[in-house]
Write a protein that binds this ligand. Sequence first.
Ligand code: SF4
Length: 495
Amino acid sequence: MSGHTRTSGAVKVNPSKKTPKVGIIYPGSYAEGMSNLAFQELFSLCALNKSVSPVRFFSHESNEYNENSENNYSDNSRPEKNHLHDSRGRRNGCISAPFLFSPEGADVSSICGAVITSSFETDILNLLKIALCLKKYNIPSLLGGLTAVQHADTLRSFFTRIYTGVINNEISAFFNHLPDIPFSDACSSLSSSEFVTPPSADKNKPLICHTALLSDSTVFKNTFLIETSRGCRRRCNFCILSKKSGGYYEHPSSEILSIISKLPSEVKKIGLVSAAFTDRSDCIALIESINAIGKEVTVASLRMEQLTERLISLLKANNQRTLTLAPETADLKIRTNIGKAYSPEHLLRCAYLAGSAGFHRLKLYYMLGLPEEDDKTAEEITVQIRQCRDALNRGAQRSGIMPKLQISISPFVPKKGTVLEHAVFAEEHDIKRRVKIIKSRASSLGGVSVDTESYRFARLQYVVSHKIEELLPLALRIVEENGSIRELEKISRKI
Ligand code: SF4
C-alpha cells in the first residue's frame, strides 16, 4: 500500500530537487505523451516521492508546442525553452540519446532507472532505440502498457522488467521502494502478471489516473483528464480491450469528485476518460456534480444506444462542440459479426439530437476492410452518411446552428489477441476503391468532410501485431542506421 496522500493530484516540478532522477519515457511525441493518462500517472507517482525526481523524455520527432500560463498544473518547467531549442529554434535532443528530448533538460545518462509506457504498435522503433540506449548506459528499465501486454515475450530481453499489470498501488509502492533499494531490485519486486487484476484486493485496486501537468500543446488542450473506469464490459470482437482487459472497474463517483474538487479554479475543463462513459448508471449525476464544483465537462466515449436527449443537452450546456460516435460500418451482418449491433435508428436519433442541441460537429468513425465487406458496404455507408446529414439538418432547424458532419475512416487492423485476429488484412486497392466511393458521394452532400487514416501505417500495425519476430531484425537494422518509422513501414511491406 502506498504511503502517499494524494491531496489534489497537482504536481509541482521542482527543477532544483537534488535527488536521483527516474526517467519517465514516452516513445512518441510530446503532444501524445502528455495526453496519455498512464504517462501522466507514472510521472505523478514518481514526483510524489520525495527521494526521487521524475524527468520526462519524449520522441524527438514531436510537434512544436507552447506551454501555457503558470499555475500549479501548468507544465511550466522553464528548462524546456532553453534546452529544447537552439538559436535557430530547432529542438535539441539529449546528448546521449539525440532521438529523445527532455522538457526538464535532463540527459538519459543521468537517470538511475527508466519507466516506459507504450500502447501503440507504431511505437516499436522508438521502443527499440530507447531499449538499446538504456542498455548502453546500463540503466535498468521497466516497460508497461498495452505493447508490453501484447509482446511481453518478444520484448523481454530488451528491458529489465516487463510489467503487464495495471497502474495500481503496487506501482505506487514501486516508486516508494526506490530510495531504499536499487531500481532493478524494485523492478523484480513487482508481482502483477495480469492486465486487469481483481479490484477487490486493495493492493491491486486500479488507481484513478489523471493529469498531473496541464499543457496547451497536447491533444486535449488545457483539459484535466481523469479516468472514470478501467477496462471495458463490452465485447467488440475487433478490440484488444475486450479480451485483454478481463474485467471492468468503475471508479466511485465520490473518489472522482474528491480529486476534482481539489483542483485550482484556473483548471476549468475536465475530460472524462473511459472505454464507454455511458455504461455508468450515474453518468448524468456525475456530470452535474462536476458542474456544481464549477467545472465544465467533455466526454468522448459515448454509446449511441445509451445517449438520451438529457445527456446530449447536458454535454452541449458544458460547451462541448463535437459529438463523437463510432458506427464502424453500416452493414447489419458485419456489425453483428464485430460485436457492435446497434440499430440505425439510434444513430439517426443521435444525429437529430446533436443538431437540435446546437452541436457544431458530429464526428463518425467507420472502418473499412472488415470481414465479409465488399463495395456494397461502402455504398451502404454513404446512404447512412446521407441519412445522418438529413437528421442533423432537421435537428439544426430547431437550434439554428448548422453542424458539420465529419467522417473518419480507418482500415480495419485484425489485432492479435482479439476475436477477429485471424481475419484477413484487406488489400490496399480494395480499401482505396471503397474510400473513393464514400468520398465521391459525400462530396455532393454539403457540410460533410471525410478523413482517412493511412493504409500503410495501418498495415505496419498489422505486421507488428502479428509478425513482430520477423520484423524485429529489420527494425534493429533501421535503428543501427538511425532510420525512421517510414523506412520501417517500407520494409514491412515485404513481410
Ligand atoms: S471498442 Fe470500445 S466499447 Fe468496444 S470493447 Fe473496445 S473499448 Fe469497449
